[in-house]
Design a protein. Sequence first.
Length: 255
Amino acid sequence: MSIRRGEKSVVTEGLVFYIDAANTKSYVSGSTTTNSLVGNITGSLINDIGFSPENQGTWDFDGMDDRLEINDLVDIPLANSAFNMWVRPDQALGEGRKYQWCFTANGTYPVLGLAYTPPEGDVFQLTNSGSYEILSGINGGNRFRLNTTGSIFQKDWTNVCVTKEVGGTTGNKYNCKIYVNGVNQDLDLIDDTATQDWWLDNQSLTRFNLGGLYRPSSTSNFGDTNISSFSAYNRAISPEEVQQNYNALKGRFGL
């Protein structure tokens, strides 16, 4: 199987979900439904998510209540997995952390997701200014955060890939990696109070959303962001495969 954009193809081994706003087999402007280009998982656009033909197609999340709900993704084993997206956070300088994608439970916790804090952002919540961040766990005493270092990526189209392998401990930063534009990032392990590796099973996670952290019975967190594509794998793809995925689509964003 091959999924091609132009003359280049994305990695398909282990690919279990893939949506792209530029592909009419995945999404048609004006629709409230997305279709995966592999398998049969569908998604629902909630609260009038905008669509723009910019960069061949992108979803525009308003940061208020927009989300793209894909709850069937909770069935993917997380212990060995990868999540890849093209994203342009649109938060203002000084805003705090906003989630780009997130698994949640019916109640308050646990949560497991990827967030972004812009340069000069609010770092009160244990994050680096200008960073992408993985958060896993519950509030307070049993969680960890992994943050990219530096002040980067404000309002730029960026390819962000998170990979996870089993065998995670404090010493190896829970075998999680964050790649930005194909490059493995230096990570700070922040707020490491975890007593378990939250990725080893799905911990009663019941929801997945693009564009925010959504909890119907507790506080949610929505990102002012633009997303053009998102994919999920049932294995941790290699650095070479991360680079292949980046190269397959970078021309679309002028990179």
